[in-house]
Design a protein around this ligand. Structure first.
Ligand code: FNR
Length: 380
């Protein structure tokens, strides 16, 4: 691990170790990938003011999110099928997050179930909910998250229907799944470390769903059921319903417009995540970083504003905080680490970003996260 110095190094190792179908699933975005690229490009356009001769000996990366202390302004974002990047991937990622002192978010579409993760980690984690047409199933999922002592519910609101990812269709990640194509089997066999981890893992299906519905046990039937569950009628009233049955902290993920942010304030949720789903949904939407300042202004202190989309370095975290984010979710950056080396790979990703953030703060003359503001950004 010592020659790994940046997230791109982890990405390259992930690409070598994990079959193409699963690497492409992580790396790509929807349609022409305009928004995926904009997320990165617009972050890189933000330049810092280099400050000198400030005492930067007391730098501290800790902060709070929803009243809880975190060691870094980072949260692991919900990522579906994490357990196909590495056997028991969700457990590895959650353990690395907890060791680093930051929250981990388990996706509804995880491979390990809520119960699998809860039984194998020390502390509570966050649970992300997709609202499906079968509201009884949603309610049961929320009850399972309560029973597992999940400490926040992240309600994702930007996926009422799916943006197309061309590579997934070509690779057989479709409904029904066509993974057993000859070229995929050859690829799986040529990745023995990955394959043995997957075969030893607790699950190779969507663990929160398989076995919890009559007649939906194998991957094909579970995928078909999920595909039938997208709810085009989902609206703000459903958020009220979720609010009424989830007693804990509620976070709305996928807010990308000032009007929606104002509406989000009225729901009683404690936080929102400015997100375009990592460029995987509405292609042609502006970058997340470009909409963040207006949303942060509109919300003020009434909700905490979290951010994701394109974070690949500590410099990017600094940029998002300077533009109004309280903390940043990362998706691909930690999944590259997971694919490259399981729990140790995720820990490496977090360490890389933390060190980059610490140095960037120092060179901008800042000691604490709450000192990061517009003053660290160079004009023009
Ligand atoms: C995601 N994302 C996501 N979001 C969510 O709410 N539920 C989910 O199941 C998933 N699944 C998922 C799979 C993969 C492979 C990726 C890359 C992303 C979106 C994710 O939570 C987050 O918004 C983005 O990943 C942020 O962008 P970056 O950090 O990947 O650039």
């Amino acid at each position: 691990m010592k020659d790994i110095t940046c997230i791109e190094d982890l990405r390259q190792i992930h690409k070598r170790r994990v079959p193409k179908a699963f690497f492409d699933y992580v790396d790509g975005g929807s349609y022409a990938e305009e928004t995926l690229r904009a997320n990165r490009e617009d972050l890189q356009k933000i330049k810092f003011r280099q400050r000198i001769l400030v005492d930067i000996s007391q730098r501290d990366l800790s902060t709070t999110v929803l009243g809880d202390k975190t060691n870094l302004p980072l949260i692991l974002a919900p990522v579906g099928s994490t357990g196909m990047q590495h056997g028991d991937g969700e457990i590895h990622a959650c353990r690395a997050a907890q060791a680093a002192g930051i929250p981990y978010t388990l996706s509804t579409m995880s491979i390990c179930s809520i119960e699998d993760v809860a039984a194998n980690v020390d502390k509570p984690f966050w649970f992300q909910l997709y609202v499906m047409r079968d509201r009884g199933f949603c309610k049961a999922l929320i009850e399972r998250a309560i029973a597992a002592k999940c400490s926040a519910l992240v309600l994702t609101v930007d996926l009422q229907l799916l943006g197309q990812r061309h590579a997934d269709i070509k690779n057989g990640l479709s409904v029904p799944p066509q993974l057993m194509k000859f070229k995929n089997i050859v690829d799986f066999m040529s990745k023995p470390a990955w394959l043995s981890g997957i075969l030893r893992g607790k699950s190779r299906n969507f663990g929160n769903i398989a076995g919890h519905l009559p007649g939906a046990d194998d991957l094909a039937s579970v995928s078909a059921w999920v595909n039938s569950q997208f709810d085009l009628s989902l609206n703000w009233k459903d958020v009220e319903w979720i609010r009424s049955i989830w007693p804990g902290k509620l976070i709305l993920k996928g807010i990308h417009d000032v009007e929606d942010a104002r509406e989000a304030v009225r729901t009683g949720a404690q936080a929102l995540v400015v997100s375009n789903h990592g460029g995987r949904q509405l292609d042609g939407a502006p970058s997340s970083i470009s909409v963040l300042p207006k949303i942060a202004d509109a919300v003020g202190s009434r909700m905490e504003v979290l951010f994701d989309g394109g974070i690949r370095s500590g410099q990017d975290v600094m940029r998002a905080i300077a533009r109004g984010a309280r903390s940043c979710m990362i998706g691909r950056s930690y999944i590259y680490g997971l694919g490259a080396g399981g729990e140790a790979g995720v820990a490496k990703a977090l360490d890389i970003i933390a060190k980059e953030l610490s140095v960037t703060m120092g060179l901008c003359g800042v000691n604490r996260i709450d000192e990061i503001g517009p003053q660290v950004i160079a004009e023009g």
